[in-house]
Design a protein around this ligand. Structure first.
Ligand SMILES: Cc1ncc(COP(=O)(O)O)c(C=O)c1O
Length: 364
């Protein structure tokens, strides 16, 4: 055998591989997976039926243009179909946005810590990550992000609410930031957790709806997903709303037939069952309040979260804390040396987590 191996792009060296949330143990004591920000509710019967019906023809390729889904989304958001693009989850669409905008020599700005896929997909594109630390309150530092813009900047992610801290930016600061971004730099408002936002109007206004901001701003692109509130994480479908030429570039960079027919049918059925699904989101939001207040009552500092998870900055105790939760039956997501993200799950799972957090705190 030859000693040489195929030449790979140098940019791939040192890329941190995406770590999925650890699954719950199978066969052991009751274990709940609170590590991937999934929706704990099983599929609605109607959604399941639509997928089952579509399964009968998976010998065929899906509708590549996702026509029916695009029409539903266009109606739902009041945008032209030409401003929509679907992909294999919103992370797939995010990767397409990088392919479309950024390469070696270019810079991509995002807050840190934020969604762990940003550094990976940026490095794959060949561009350089510019990570701007969150404020001490765990919120995007939009002034610092605007200060970080150079003539090499091509794309900026704003994750609102932010994964893993759950914190949000408000209208006034986001608009001030957008006003500072040159028109030839794409701002991607990643709103994967949009449906979980309940923040009251506060100083700086409400938490803005990216779709409203996009309407007036050709360099703003909004990312949404069916994985979280709509409970379709396993089917992989997300979408972007963007003006031309960004939306056209997304059509060019799409993996052909990337969104399965099952995913398309499930997404349509979910949009039609939105009231019921959003009712479930409401229940998760109540649980979020219970968990966050429970933790605060135990003495923890919990940033105000508007997503389906809570964040505990545990520093050096992170791994130990995650192990204690797992031992108790709740698998959480540690970011070693930084903190733990805990997805809001079913009430029994949240109870197990709260109890584990309480015992850990008492032993500190
Ligand atoms: C902020 C953010 N964006 C995007 C995604 C990707 O979701 P999906 O690819 O399932 O749509 C996630 C998933 O965890 C996320 O947290």
């Amino acid at each position: 055998m030859s000693e040489t191996s195929p030449k790979l792009r140098a940019q791939l060296e040192g890329i941190p591989t995406y770590k999925p949330g650890k699954p719950a143990a199978v066969g052991g004591p009751v274990a709940y997976k609170l590590s991937s920000n999934e929706n704990p509710y099983p599929p609605l019967p109607g959604v399941l039926e639509s997928v089952t019906a579509a399964a009968g023809s998976f010998n065929r390729y899906p509708d590549m243009m996702c026509t029916a889904l695009m029409n539903e989304l266009a109606d739902r958001f009041g945008v032209p179909v030409s401003h929509l693009s679907t992909g294999t989850g919103s992370v797939g669409v995010a990767q397409q946005l990088l392919q479309a905008t950024s390469g070696p020599g270019d810079e991509v700005i995002y807050a840190w810590r934020s969604f762990e896929a940003y550094p990976i997909i940026t490095q794959i594109s060949g561009a350089t990550s510019v990570q701007v630390p969150l404020t001490p309150g765990e919120v995007h530092d939009l002034d610092a992000m605007a200060d970080a813009i150079t003539d090499r900047t091509r794309l900026i992610f704003v994750c609102n609410p932010n994964n893993p801290t759950g914190t949000v930016v408000r209208r006034a600061e986001l608009e001030r930031f957008l006003d500072r971004v040159p028109g030839d730099v794409l701002v991607v408002l990643d709103e994967a957790y949009r449906e979980f936002i309940r923040a009251a109007e506060g100083e700086g206004g409400a938490v803005p709806d990216g779709v409203e901001l996009y309407r007036e701003r050709p360099n703003v692109c909004v990312l949404r997903t069916f994985s979280k509130a709509y409970g379709l994480a396993g089917l992989r479908v997300g979408f972007a709303i963007a003006h031309e030429p960004v939306a056209a570039a997304l059509r060019k960079t799409a993996v052909p037939f990337g969104v399965s027919q099952l995913a398309q049918e499930a997404a349509i059925a979910s949009l039609r069952a939105e009231d019921e699904l959003l009712g479930r989101v409401g229940a998760l939001v109540c649980e979020r309040t219970r968990v966050a207040e429970g933790l605060r009552g135990q003495g923890w500092t919990v940033p105000e979260t508007q997503a389906n998870f809570v964040w505990l900055r545990l520093g050096d105790r992170t791994v130990e804390f995650a192990a204690a939760c797992e031992q108790a039956g709740a698998v959480v997501r540690p970011f070693p040396g930084e903190g733990v993200r805990v997805t809001i799950g079913e009430p029994e799972a949240n109870d197990i987590f709260l109890k584990a957090a309480d015992s850990f705190r008492k032993d500190l």
